[in-house]
Design a protein around this ligand. Sequence first.
Ligand code: HEC
Length: 157
Amino acid sequence: MNDKQFTTIFLGVMGVLTIIFFVIFFIAQIIVPETNVADEFTNNAVVSRIEPVGKLNYSDANEQEAKTTGNLVKVDLYKNGEEVYNAVCQSCHTSGILNSPKFGDKVAWKERLSKGKEKLYANAINGIGAMPAKGGRSDLPDNLIEMSVDYIIQSAE
Ligand code: HEC
C-alpha cells in the first residue's frame, strides 16, 4: 500500500465515522427530551424540598428570652452597646467615614456632647446629616442605639 492509497482509505474511514457521529447525535436529540425545562410546579416542589427546616427571625431584638413561635426562633442579636457598635456603627465611626466623629476622638465627642446626651441619642436614632437613622438598622430598638451611643461616648472620656 503506497501513501496515496493509505490517505484515501484513511480519509474514507474518517468520513464514515463523521457521518455515523452525526447520525447518532441526531437520533439522540430526537429520543432524549430536553431535560432542563422544568415547569413552575416542578421548580416550586424542588424549592420546597430543599429549603431549610427552620428560619431565624431577627425582627424583635428587644425580646429578652428566645421564644419559639412555630418553627421561627427569636434570638437576641445584641446584648450591649459594644456589640451594636461592632456590628453596626464601627463601619463608619472607626475610620471617620463621611466625616463622622471617630471612635475614641476625645475632642470631636466633647464637642458633640456639648449638645447634651439626649440630643445625641435622638440624632443617632433619627439620623443626622450623612448618618442614616440608627446607622441604617431601623430594626433595632431605641434602647440598643442609646446603649451604643453610651459606649462610643465612654470611649472618648
Ligand atoms: C453610614 C455611616 C454611619 C453609621 C453606620 C453610623 N454613623 Fe453615626 N454618624 C455618621 C456621620 C456621618 C455622622 C456626622 C453627622 C453630622 O454631624 O452631620 C455621625 C454622627 C453620629 C453621632 C453624633 C450626632 C450628633 O448629634 O452630633 C452619634 C451619637 C452617632 N453618630 C452614633 C452612631 C451610632 C450609635 C451608630 C450605630 C448604631 C452609628 N452612629 C452608625 C455616620 C454613621
